[in-house]
Design a binder for this molecule. Structure first.
Ligand SMILES: Nc1ncnc2c1ncn2[C@@H]1O[C@H](COP(=O)(O)OS(=O)(=O)O)[C@@H](OP(=O)(O)O)[C@H]1O
Length: 383
Protein backbone atom coordinates (compact mmCIF):
# COMPACT_ATOMS: atom_id res chain seq x y z
CA UNK A 1 0.00 0.00 0.00
CA UNK A 2 2.80 2.38 1.12
CA UNK A 3 4.78 1.55 -1.99
CA UNK A 4 1.80 2.24 -4.31
CA UNK A 5 1.15 5.55 -2.61
CA UNK A 6 4.81 6.68 -2.91
CA UNK A 7 5.01 5.63 -6.54
CA UNK A 8 1.99 7.88 -7.38
CA UNK A 9 3.59 10.88 -5.62
CA UNK A 10 7.10 10.49 -7.06
CA UNK A 11 6.99 12.06 -10.54
CA UNK A 12 9.86 11.93 -13.05
CA UNK A 13 11.79 15.31 -13.41
CA UNK A 14 10.69 15.86 -17.09
CA UNK A 15 7.00 15.66 -16.14
CA UNK A 16 7.55 18.02 -13.19
CA UNK A 17 9.03 20.64 -15.56
CA UNK A 18 6.14 20.54 -17.99
CA UNK A 19 3.61 20.81 -15.14
CA UNK A 20 5.43 23.90 -13.80
CA UNK A 21 5.33 25.41 -17.30
CA UNK A 22 1.57 24.82 -17.61
CA UNK A 23 1.03 26.37 -14.18
CA UNK A 24 3.00 29.57 -15.02
CA UNK A 25 1.31 29.83 -18.42
CA UNK A 26 -2.15 29.60 -16.86
CA UNK A 27 -1.32 32.25 -14.24
CA UNK A 28 0.00 34.71 -16.84
CA UNK A 29 -3.01 34.09 -19.09
CA UNK A 30 -5.38 34.87 -16.19
CA UNK A 31 -3.40 37.99 -15.36
CA UNK A 32 -3.57 39.21 -18.97
CA UNK A 33 -7.34 38.61 -19.07
CA UNK A 34 -7.77 40.59 -15.86
CA UNK A 35 -5.81 43.57 -17.28
CA UNK A 36 -7.79 43.43 -20.50
CA UNK A 37 -11.11 43.47 -18.62
CA UNK A 38 -10.11 46.46 -16.51
CA UNK A 39 -8.80 48.46 -19.45
CA UNK A 40 -11.39 47.82 -22.17
CA UNK A 41 -14.46 46.13 -20.87
CA UNK A 42 -15.58 48.46 -18.09
CA UNK A 43 -17.85 50.28 -20.55
CA UNK A 44 -19.87 47.21 -21.26
CA UNK A 45 -20.41 46.51 -17.63
CA UNK A 46 -21.32 50.08 -16.64
CA UNK A 47 -21.52 52.67 -19.42
CA UNK A 48 -19.17 55.51 -18.74
CA UNK A 49 -21.37 58.56 -18.41
CA UNK A 50 -18.50 61.02 -18.42
CA UNK A 51 -17.30 59.66 -21.72
CA UNK A 52 -20.82 60.14 -23.15
CA UNK A 53 -20.93 63.70 -21.90
CA UNK A 54 -17.53 64.49 -23.37
CA UNK A 55 -18.66 63.18 -26.70
CA UNK A 56 -21.74 65.43 -26.61
CA UNK A 57 -19.81 68.47 -25.51
CA UNK A 58 -17.21 67.94 -28.21
CA UNK A 59 -19.89 67.81 -30.89
CA UNK A 60 -21.64 70.84 -29.47
CA UNK A 61 -18.44 72.82 -29.28
CA UNK A 62 -17.73 72.15 -32.90
CA UNK A 63 -20.68 74.47 -33.48
CA UNK A 64 -21.77 72.58 -36.54
CA UNK A 65 -25.50 72.39 -37.02
CA UNK A 66 -25.17 69.31 -39.21
CA UNK A 67 -22.97 67.54 -36.75
CA UNK A 68 -25.35 68.30 -33.93
CA UNK A 69 -28.29 67.06 -35.91
CA UNK A 70 -26.46 63.88 -36.73
CA UNK A 71 -25.30 63.34 -33.18
CA UNK A 72 -28.15 61.03 -32.32
CA UNK A 73 -25.92 59.61 -29.63
CA UNK A 74 -26.16 62.87 -27.70
CA UNK A 75 -29.53 64.20 -28.57
CA UNK A 76 -31.52 61.02 -28.52
CA UNK A 77 -30.16 59.78 -25.22
CA UNK A 78 -30.79 63.16 -23.62
CA UNK A 79 -34.17 63.54 -25.27
CA UNK A 80 -35.16 60.04 -24.30
CA UNK A 81 -34.60 60.95 -20.69
CA UNK A 82 -36.70 64.11 -21.07
CA UNK A 83 -39.45 62.16 -22.78
CA UNK A 84 -39.47 59.56 -20.03
CA UNK A 85 -39.74 62.41 -17.50
CA UNK A 86 -42.57 63.93 -19.51
CA UNK A 87 -44.30 60.60 -19.98
CA UNK A 88 -44.27 60.15 -16.23
CA UNK A 89 -45.70 63.65 -15.85
CA UNK A 90 -48.41 63.00 -18.41
CA UNK A 91 -49.30 59.73 -16.70
CA UNK A 92 -49.62 61.62 -13.45
CA UNK A 93 -51.82 64.19 -15.14
CA UNK A 94 -54.10 61.49 -16.45
CA UNK A 95 -54.91 60.74 -12.85
CA UNK A 96 -56.00 64.34 -12.24
CA UNK A 97 -59.43 65.67 -13.16
CA UNK A 98 -60.18 66.73 -16.73
CA UNK A 99 -60.90 70.33 -15.70
CA UNK A 100 -57.40 71.21 -14.61
CA UNK A 101 -55.65 68.91 -17.04
CA UNK A 102 -54.62 71.60 -19.46
CA UNK A 103 -53.16 74.03 -16.98
CA UNK A 104 -51.57 71.18 -15.06
CA UNK A 105 -50.05 69.88 -18.29
CA UNK A 106 -48.55 73.23 -19.14
CA UNK A 107 -47.33 73.76 -15.61
CA UNK A 108 -45.72 70.33 -15.60
CA UNK A 109 -43.98 71.11 -18.87
CA UNK A 110 -42.70 74.34 -17.40
CA UNK A 111 -41.57 72.53 -14.30
CA UNK A 112 -39.76 70.05 -16.50
CA UNK A 113 -38.14 72.88 -18.45
CA UNK A 114 -37.21 74.50 -15.17
CA UNK A 115 -35.85 71.19 -13.89
CA UNK A 116 -33.79 70.77 -17.03
CA UNK A 117 -32.31 74.19 -16.66
CA UNK A 118 -31.53 74.00 -12.97
CA UNK A 119 -30.74 70.42 -12.11
CA UNK A 120 -27.15 69.59 -12.93
CA UNK A 121 -28.02 65.89 -13.26
CA UNK A 122 -30.84 66.63 -15.68
CA UNK A 123 -30.44 66.24 -19.42
CA UNK A 124 -29.03 69.26 -21.11
CA UNK A 125 -29.24 69.42 -24.82
CA UNK A 126 -29.00 72.65 -26.75
CA UNK A 127 -28.80 76.10 -25.26
CA UNK A 128 -31.14 78.65 -23.81
CA UNK A 129 -31.58 81.35 -26.42
CA UNK A 130 -33.49 84.59 -26.63
CA UNK A 131 -36.67 84.05 -28.65
CA UNK A 132 -36.52 84.34 -32.43
CA UNK A 133 -40.29 84.67 -32.66
CA UNK A 134 -42.93 86.15 -30.38
CA UNK A 135 -46.69 85.95 -30.26
CA UNK A 136 -47.29 89.53 -29.18
CA UNK A 137 -51.07 89.67 -29.20
CA UNK A 138 -53.86 90.22 -29.08
CA UNK A 139 -55.41 89.38 -25.76
CA UNK A 140 -58.35 86.98 -26.32
CA UNK A 141 -57.43 86.66 -29.98
CA UNK A 142 -56.50 82.96 -29.81
CA UNK A 143 -52.86 83.32 -28.76
CA UNK A 144 -52.85 80.20 -26.57
CA UNK A 145 -54.19 78.09 -29.41
CA UNK A 146 -51.45 79.31 -31.78
CA UNK A 147 -48.74 78.63 -29.21
CA UNK A 148 -50.04 75.15 -28.37
CA UNK A 149 -50.43 74.27 -32.03
CA UNK A 150 -47.05 75.57 -33.18
CA UNK A 151 -45.17 73.80 -30.43
CA UNK A 152 -46.14 70.43 -31.93
CA UNK A 153 -43.57 71.28 -34.56
CA UNK A 154 -40.27 69.51 -33.82
CA UNK A 155 -38.31 72.63 -34.78
CA UNK A 156 -40.09 74.81 -32.24
CA UNK A 157 -39.68 74.99 -28.50
CA UNK A 158 -41.83 77.41 -26.56
CA UNK A 159 -42.16 78.75 -23.07
CA UNK A 160 -45.52 77.63 -21.72
CA UNK A 161 -46.18 80.57 -19.40
CA UNK A 162 -46.38 84.26 -20.28
CA UNK A 163 -43.13 85.88 -19.11
CA UNK A 164 -44.35 89.50 -19.54
CA UNK A 165 -40.75 90.54 -20.04
CA UNK A 166 -41.22 93.48 -22.40
CA UNK A 167 -44.00 95.02 -20.33
CA UNK A 168 -43.73 94.16 -16.63
CA UNK A 169 -40.33 92.54 -16.12
CA UNK A 170 -38.04 94.50 -18.41
CA UNK A 171 -35.86 95.74 -15.54
CA UNK A 172 -34.90 92.12 -14.78
CA UNK A 173 -32.67 92.16 -17.84
CA UNK A 174 -32.12 89.99 -20.90
CA UNK A 175 -30.14 87.35 -19.01
CA UNK A 176 -33.10 86.74 -16.72
CA UNK A 177 -35.35 86.51 -19.77
CA UNK A 178 -33.01 84.09 -21.55
CA UNK A 179 -32.89 81.98 -18.41
CA UNK A 180 -36.63 81.35 -18.66
CA UNK A 181 -36.38 79.89 -22.13
CA UNK A 182 -36.39 76.17 -22.92
CA UNK A 183 -33.17 74.74 -24.32
CA UNK A 184 -33.07 74.51 -28.08
CA UNK A 185 -30.82 73.00 -30.69
CA UNK A 186 -29.34 75.32 -33.33
CA UNK A 187 -32.01 74.22 -35.78
CA UNK A 188 -34.90 74.99 -33.41
CA UNK A 189 -36.85 78.21 -32.94
CA UNK A 190 -37.45 79.59 -29.45
CA UNK A 191 -40.86 81.17 -28.86
CA UNK A 192 -42.98 82.74 -26.16
CA UNK A 193 -46.34 84.47 -26.07
CA UNK A 194 -47.46 87.48 -24.07
CA UNK A 195 -50.58 89.08 -25.58
CA UNK A 196 -50.20 92.38 -23.72
CA UNK A 197 -47.04 93.26 -25.69
CA UNK A 198 -49.18 94.39 -28.62
CA UNK A 199 -50.64 97.30 -26.67
CA UNK A 200 -47.53 98.17 -24.65
CA UNK A 201 -45.97 101.38 -25.95
CA UNK A 202 -42.39 100.43 -25.09
CA UNK A 203 -42.61 96.83 -26.30
CA UNK A 204 -41.69 97.35 -30.01
CA UNK A 205 -38.61 99.45 -29.15
CA UNK A 206 -37.51 97.01 -26.47
CA UNK A 207 -38.00 93.98 -28.72
CA UNK A 208 -36.12 95.61 -31.60
CA UNK A 209 -33.29 96.38 -29.16
CA UNK A 210 -33.12 92.68 -28.39
CA UNK A 211 -33.10 91.80 -32.09
CA UNK A 212 -34.35 93.70 -35.09
CA UNK A 213 -34.88 90.36 -36.82
CA UNK A 214 -37.45 89.07 -34.33
CA UNK A 215 -40.49 87.59 -36.04
CA UNK A 216 -43.79 88.78 -34.66
CA UNK A 217 -47.16 87.04 -34.69
CA UNK A 218 -50.40 88.85 -33.94
CA UNK A 219 -53.61 86.88 -33.64
CA UNK A 220 -56.44 89.28 -34.43
CA UNK A 221 -60.14 88.78 -33.93
CA UNK A 222 -63.27 90.85 -34.53
CA UNK A 223 -62.69 93.65 -31.97
CA UNK A 224 -66.32 93.57 -30.78
CA UNK A 225 -66.22 89.83 -30.04
CA UNK A 226 -62.77 90.28 -28.55
CA UNK A 227 -64.05 93.01 -26.19
CA UNK A 228 -66.95 90.80 -25.06
CA UNK A 229 -64.57 87.88 -24.52
CA UNK A 230 -62.26 90.13 -22.50
CA UNK A 231 -65.18 91.36 -20.39
CA UNK A 232 -66.46 87.79 -19.87
CA UNK A 233 -63.06 86.82 -18.52
CA UNK A 234 -62.89 89.79 -16.13
CA UNK A 235 -66.44 89.11 -14.96
CA UNK A 236 -65.54 85.49 -14.17
CA UNK A 237 -62.88 86.78 -11.78
CA UNK A 238 -64.71 89.84 -10.45
CA UNK A 239 -68.48 89.26 -10.53
CA UNK A 240 -69.23 92.74 -9.07
CA UNK A 241 -67.96 94.89 -11.94
CA UNK A 242 -70.38 97.22 -13.82
CA UNK A 243 -72.21 95.95 -16.89
CA UNK A 244 -70.49 95.76 -20.29
CA UNK A 245 -72.63 98.64 -21.59
CA UNK A 246 -71.76 100.85 -18.64
CA UNK A 247 -68.06 100.30 -19.19
CA UNK A 248 -68.06 100.52 -22.98
CA UNK A 249 -69.74 103.93 -23.31
CA UNK A 250 -69.12 107.36 -21.90
CA UNK A 251 -72.53 108.32 -23.15
CA UNK A 252 -74.46 105.58 -24.84
CA UNK A 253 -77.32 107.65 -26.25
CA UNK A 254 -74.77 109.84 -28.00
CA UNK A 255 -72.79 106.78 -29.05
CA UNK A 256 -69.68 107.97 -27.21
CA UNK A 257 -67.45 104.95 -26.74
CA UNK A 258 -65.04 104.96 -23.81
CA UNK A 259 -61.67 104.37 -25.49
CA UNK A 260 -59.89 104.52 -22.16
CA UNK A 261 -61.42 101.15 -21.23
CA UNK A 262 -58.82 98.54 -22.08
CA UNK A 263 -61.34 96.09 -23.50
CA UNK A 264 -62.23 98.73 -26.11
CA UNK A 265 -58.75 100.19 -26.63
CA UNK A 266 -57.07 96.85 -27.42
CA UNK A 267 -59.35 96.38 -30.45
CA UNK A 268 -58.19 99.60 -32.13
CA UNK A 269 -55.55 97.52 -33.87
CA UNK A 270 -54.34 100.12 -36.34
CA UNK A 271 -53.24 102.51 -33.60
CA UNK A 272 -51.07 99.89 -31.95
CA UNK A 273 -49.75 98.62 -35.26
CA UNK A 274 -48.49 102.10 -36.19
CA UNK A 275 -46.30 102.01 -33.11
CA UNK A 276 -44.85 98.63 -34.13
CA UNK A 277 -44.16 99.82 -37.65
CA UNK A 278 -41.77 102.43 -36.32
CA UNK A 279 -39.44 99.60 -35.35
CA UNK A 280 -40.35 96.63 -37.58
CA UNK A 281 -41.06 96.07 -41.25
CA UNK A 282 -44.58 94.89 -42.04
CA UNK A 283 -43.06 91.72 -43.53
CA UNK A 284 -41.76 90.83 -40.06
CA UNK A 285 -45.27 90.73 -38.67
CA UNK A 286 -47.68 87.92 -39.40
CA UNK A 287 -51.39 88.29 -38.69
CA UNK A 288 -53.38 85.20 -37.82
CA UNK A 289 -57.15 85.32 -38.19
CA UNK A 290 -58.63 84.36 -34.83
CA UNK A 291 -61.83 83.32 -36.60
CA UNK A 292 -60.17 81.07 -39.16
CA UNK A 293 -57.98 79.60 -36.45
CA UNK A 294 -61.21 78.05 -35.17
CA UNK A 295 -62.83 77.12 -38.48
CA UNK A 296 -59.68 75.94 -40.28
CA UNK A 297 -56.75 75.61 -37.86
CA UNK A 298 -54.60 73.58 -40.25
CA UNK A 299 -54.69 76.28 -42.90
CA UNK A 300 -53.91 79.08 -40.46
CA UNK A 301 -51.08 77.05 -38.96
CA UNK A 302 -49.77 76.32 -42.45
CA UNK A 303 -49.35 80.06 -42.95
CA UNK A 304 -47.70 80.45 -39.55
CA UNK A 305 -45.20 77.70 -40.42
CA UNK A 306 -44.42 79.39 -43.75
CA UNK A 307 -43.87 82.70 -41.98
CA UNK A 308 -41.49 81.10 -39.51
CA UNK A 309 -39.61 79.40 -42.33
CA UNK A 310 -40.59 75.96 -41.08
CA UNK A 311 -41.45 72.87 -43.05
CA UNK A 312 -45.23 72.35 -43.07
CA UNK A 313 -45.51 69.53 -40.57
CA UNK A 314 -48.64 70.61 -38.69
CA UNK A 315 -51.53 69.67 -40.95
CA UNK A 316 -55.15 68.54 -40.91
CA UNK A 317 -54.18 65.23 -39.40
CA UNK A 318 -53.22 66.94 -36.13
CA UNK A 319 -56.70 68.34 -35.44
CA UNK A 320 -60.17 67.07 -34.78
CA UNK A 321 -63.32 68.99 -33.96
CA UNK A 322 -64.49 68.34 -30.41
CA UNK A 323 -68.26 68.71 -30.37
CA UNK A 324 -68.54 69.06 -26.61
CA UNK A 325 -65.94 71.80 -26.53
CA UNK A 326 -67.13 73.34 -29.79
CA UNK A 327 -63.54 73.95 -30.86
CA UNK A 328 -60.77 72.20 -32.72
CA UNK A 329 -58.53 70.16 -30.44
CA UNK A 330 -55.20 68.44 -30.90
CA UNK A 331 -55.15 64.74 -31.68
CA UNK A 332 -51.68 64.24 -30.27
CA UNK A 333 -50.19 67.23 -28.54
CA UNK A 334 -46.49 67.53 -27.78
CA UNK A 335 -45.14 64.63 -25.70
CA UNK A 336 -48.51 63.07 -25.11
CA UNK A 337 -50.43 60.26 -26.68
CA UNK A 338 -53.76 61.70 -25.50
CA UNK A 339 -55.93 64.05 -27.56
CA UNK A 340 -56.17 67.42 -25.88
CA UNK A 341 -58.36 70.52 -26.01
CA UNK A 342 -57.44 73.90 -24.57
CA UNK A 343 -58.54 74.61 -21.00
CA UNK A 344 -61.87 75.81 -19.68
CA UNK A 345 -60.90 79.47 -19.88
CA UNK A 346 -60.61 79.14 -23.66
CA UNK A 347 -63.93 79.05 -25.42
CA UNK A 348 -66.13 80.38 -22.64
CA UNK A 349 -69.79 81.12 -23.19
CA UNK A 350 -69.93 84.89 -23.62
CA UNK A 351 -72.03 87.28 -21.63
CA UNK A 352 -75.22 88.20 -23.55
CA UNK A 353 -74.94 91.71 -24.98
CA UNK A 354 -77.86 93.61 -26.56
CA UNK A 355 -77.78 93.64 -30.37
CA UNK A 356 -77.94 97.48 -30.51
CA UNK A 357 -74.84 97.68 -28.33
CA UNK A 358 -73.04 95.32 -30.67
CA UNK A 359 -74.14 97.43 -33.69
CA UNK A 360 -72.93 100.62 -32.05
CA UNK A 361 -69.55 99.09 -31.36
CA UNK A 362 -69.32 97.73 -34.91
CA UNK A 363 -69.88 101.27 -36.18
CA UNK A 364 -67.25 102.56 -33.84
CA UNK A 365 -64.62 100.05 -34.94
CA UNK A 366 -65.36 100.19 -38.70
CA UNK A 367 -62.98 103.04 -39.62
CA UNK A 368 -60.21 101.55 -37.49
CA UNK A 369 -60.75 98.15 -39.12
CA UNK A 370 -60.72 99.59 -42.64
CA UNK A 371 -57.40 101.33 -42.01
CA UNK A 372 -56.03 98.18 -40.45
CA UNK A 373 -57.06 96.04 -43.45
CA UNK A 374 -55.46 98.56 -45.82
CA UNK A 375 -52.26 98.57 -43.86
CA UNK A 376 -51.86 94.80 -43.64
CA UNK A 377 -53.28 94.18 -47.13
CA UNK A 378 -55.91 91.74 -45.93
CA UNK A 379 -59.63 92.01 -45.23
CA UNK A 380 -60.53 89.96 -42.15
CA UNK A 381 -64.27 90.40 -42.88
CA UNK A 382 -65.47 91.51 -39.48
CA UNK A 383 -68.67 93.12 -40.72
N1 LIG B 1 -58.89 75.52 -30.48
C1 LIG B 1 -59.33 76.43 -29.62
N2 LIG B 1 -59.83 76.05 -28.43
C2 LIG B 1 -60.29 76.98 -27.57
N3 LIG B 1 -60.28 78.30 -27.80
C3 LIG B 1 -59.78 78.73 -28.99
C4 LIG B 1 -59.30 77.80 -29.94
N4 LIG B 1 -58.89 78.51 -31.02
C5 LIG B 1 -59.12 79.77 -30.75
N5 LIG B 1 -59.66 79.93 -29.53
C6 LIG B 1 -60.06 81.20 -28.94
O1 LIG B 1 -59.03 81.65 -28.11
C7 LIG B 1 -59.64 82.63 -27.27
C8 LIG B 1 -58.72 82.93 -26.12
O2 LIG B 1 -57.68 83.70 -26.64
P1 LIG B 1 -56.25 83.79 -25.98
O3 LIG B 1 -55.67 82.42 -25.85
O4 LIG B 1 -55.46 84.76 -26.78
O5 LIG B 1 -56.60 84.36 -24.56
S1 LIG B 1 -55.58 85.06 -23.53
O6 LIG B 1 -55.37 86.44 -23.99
O7 LIG B 1 -54.36 84.26 -23.50
O8 LIG B 1 -56.31 85.02 -22.26
C9 LIG B 1 -60.93 82.01 -26.89
O9 LIG B 1 -61.83 83.06 -26.63
P2 LIG B 1 -63.26 82.82 -25.94
O10 LIG B 1 -64.06 81.96 -26.89
O11 LIG B 1 -63.85 84.18 -25.85
O12 LIG B 1 -63.04 82.18 -24.63
C10 LIG B 1 -61.31 81.15 -28.10
O13 LIG B 1 -62.35 81.69 -28.85
Amino acid sequence: MAYRFLSSRIVPPSNRLSRRFIFIFTISLSFMYLCYSILFCSGTIMPNQRLEEHRCVRLKNMGSKKLLQKSHYCTISAKARVISDETRAVRLLNLTGNQSKHSAFRKTQDVLDHKQSNNSNSPKYGNKKLPNALIVGVKKGGTRAVLEFIRIHPDVRALGTEPHFFDRNYDKGLDWYRGLMPRTLDSQITMEKTPSYFVTREAPRRISNMSRETKLIVVVRNPVTRAISDYTQTLSKKPDIPSFEELAFKNRSQGMVDTSWNAIRIGMYILHLENWLQYFRLSQIHFVSGERLITDPAREMGRVQDFLGLKRIITDKHFYFNRTKGFPCLKKPESSSQPRCLGKSKGRTHVQIAQEVIEQLREFYRPFNVKFFEMVGHDFRWD
